[in-house]
Design a protein around this ligand. Structure first.
Ligand code: PLP
Length: 370
């Protein structure tokens, strides 16, 4: 048996004709940049997020970066975030000349612990970036209360969490803006890079639209320094085909997550912590991530059995070499550091077969019965 973390081929085959038709339409139209497909996707994704504006950009990293810049974050500002995330979250802050300030996580959800945010706020603090890791929202209600109290911007890193909810509220609804990624492996994946900012703030939306075209407004007049970062028509056309299926994909992911959880807890609840979906939350399981103390041995064993697993993320941002000037050292964020040693993500995608899941579960049981 060989089981991959994810396999995108089945999904493609199920939509191949629809996708090919749309791609042909774009190529025949000769309209490749910021045309009707991008506009439609922007409208649909904004509506889906219960906010007024969607701004398609080149990738999820740029979505974070541009949203921050559009909200006025820049040189000298501090931005509070988590170190237990993909590099892009901290990279976006640093590339703006602002300083990332890392706060520890809640060990149950792996997300930023709102109870630890206030202690990190000072007069330089301008924004908070919660990351909705693995597909479950950080506690946006608590974060919004803090942001309102100190007048801070909140840019949600929702790269892994399109479709997630907290008490019925979407990603993007409680924050100032949210950033989605359409990287191929994400829950709504393009066939190349892509990203989107969603926001209810009209001024932020307008700023972001200008920043993604070199800060040009009116055309060829530049009042701000922007980038070339646009979602292209071919990717948007593909995403427009896939988008109507997104809620079904989420349901399929959730069903697979429940099955893993039920089977693993039956016999291994004493050695494995399965993911916790907090009450009132709708987790979209971008990843299905266990906590285990002998993680590296388990991973090596599963690899021998042909089962791919991943460690998201082995080195937290506060001790990444590129951030050494920030002055953090090991031990500063104990929960984050512990999670980097215990987290193990299992194969997860909407089309994952029951027999493959059973094989993964059997091999995990086998490892613990040795
Ligand atoms: C994927 C991801 C990003 C970056 O998205 P790209 O589209 O690859 O640039 C940012 N943050 C998190 C948490 C991610 O998982």
């Amino acid at each position: 048996m060989k089981i991959q973390m994810l396999d995108l081929s089945e999904q493609y085959l199920s939509m191949k004709e629809e996708i090919m038709t749309k791609l042909d339409e774009v190529m025949s139209s000769s309209r490749f940049i910021l045309g009707d497909n991008v506009k439609k996707l922007e409208e649909d994704v904004a509506k889906y997020s219960n906010v007024g504006h969607g701004i398609g950009v080149g990738n999820g990293s740029d979505a974070i970066h541009i949203a921050l810049q559009a909200a006025g974050v820049g040189k000298g500002d501090e931005v509070i975030t988590t170190a237990f995330t993909f590099f892009a979250t901290g990279g976006a802050v640093a590339r703006l000349g602002a300083t990332p300030v890392f706060v520890d996580i809640d060990p149950i959800t792996f997300n930023i612990d709102p109870a630890k945010i206030e202690a990190a706020i000072n007069e330089k603090t301008k924004a908070i970036i919660p990351v909705h890791l693995y597909g479950q929202m950080a506690d946006m209600e608590a974060i919004k209360d803090i942001a309102d109290k100190y007048n801070l911007v909140v840019v949600e890193d929702a790269a892994q969490a399109i479709g997630a909810r907290q008490n019925g509220k979407s990603v993007g609804e409680l924050g100032t803006a949210a950033a989605y990624s359409f990287f191929p492996t994400k829950n709504l994946g393009a066939y190349g890079d892509g990203g989107m900012i969603v926001t209810g703030d009209e001024q932020l939306a307008e700023n972001a639209r200008v920043i993604r075209v070199h800060g040009s407004k009116p055309k060829y007049y530049h009042n701000v320094l922007g980038y070339n970062s646009r979602l292209d028509e071919l990717q948007a056309a593909i995403l427009n085909v896939k988008f109507p299926y997104l809620d079904d994909f989420s349901k399929e992911r959730r069903a697979r997550a429940s099955y893993y959880t039920e089977k693993l807890n039956e016999k291994l609840s004493h050695v494995i912590n399965t993911p916790v979906e907090k009450e009132g939350y709708y987790h979209v399981y971008h990843q299905y991530t266990l906590r285990v103390s002998n993680r590296d041995e388990l991973q090596a064993y599963l690899k021998e059995q042909g089962i791919a697993t991943m460690i998201y993320y082995p080195l937290p941002l506060h001790i990444q070499p590129v951030f050494k000037d920030l002055g953090y050292s090991e031990g500063d964020l104990p929960e984050t550091e512990k999670a980097t040693k215990e987290a193990l993500s299992l194969p997860m995608y909407p089309e994952l077969k029951r027999e493959d899941q059973d094989y993964v579960i059997d091999k995990i049981l086998e490892f613990y019965s040795k």
